[in-house]
Design a protein around this ligand. Sequence first.
Ligand SMILES: C[S@@+](CC[C@H](N)C(=O)[O-])C[C@H]1O[C@@H](n2cnc3c(N)ncnc32)[C@H](O)[C@@H]1O
Length: 262
Amino acid sequence: MTTRRDDGSAGDADYGRMAPPYARFRRPDPRIARQILDALGEARTVLNVGAGAGSYEPTDRDVTAVEPSATMRAQRPPHLSPAIDACAEALPFPDAAFDASLTTFSIHQWRDLGAGLAEMRRVTRGPVVILTCDPDAMASFWLPHYCPEVTAVEASRFPPITDVVRRLGDVAEIRPVPVPLDCVDGFNEAYYGRPEGLLDPEARLSCSSWSFLAPDVVDRFAATLSRDLADGSWDRRFGHYRTLPQLDGPLRLIVSRPPSQG
Ligand SMILES: C[S@@+](CC[C@H](N)C(=O)[O-])C[C@H]1O[C@@H](n2cnc3c(N)ncnc32)[C@H](O)[C@@H]1O
């Protein structure tokens, strides 16, 4: 059985401690949302697993959301349906109940990835759509230079893409998801051209990997980056990121279909 924390959090991160600013910083980016909608195709009924505050949840479909953390469920805006308190590893739905299922920025937190993916496939007739990060592509911008610890934590949490595809046992397409320079969603890579953004403690609090670091490591990161921004050394070395239109970073969309529909 999945171990739950005080607020119901069922993954490796404790959203009872982190969630308050989450919905403010982790808003859906419209360009990434477009790619997700394309992947969902004609699906009318959609299950969203690890739905959090509802980022990337389509509003033009019949959506059922599942979210174990009460703190996250409480941040869902009124125009979205309330999320069901359940875990990916034990979805409370019959076989083939949904046209498609979706999970965004969540699988790296699950206690049992294989069980969660098998459950998504069991309850879904059509595509299983997964927005995640490729752990082998984490060092795609300047952050590891200033905080190798956070990049290492992220790389250790995200499962290899080939592992996800193998566990699904389906025909899968892996689509790169570029990060736009003015990305609205505040994951770490979104700040590739706006380094000042990651000096905000609440922005970091909205990216769960920072919560695994010792306070002195985070303090060292903030002090070093602040100093280098103030004296111009960040811009001399990394200033080209400020105008790079998009980052070809670690984001991936896995679109997996049962073999009969592949
Ligand atoms: C980084 S948040 C992403 C939330 C939302 N999908 C988004 O894109 O903003 C990860 C979410 O996965 C949820 N989660 C963690 N472990 C889970 C599990 N075992 N089953 C279902 N959801 C889980 C967390 O509670 C959290 O809301």
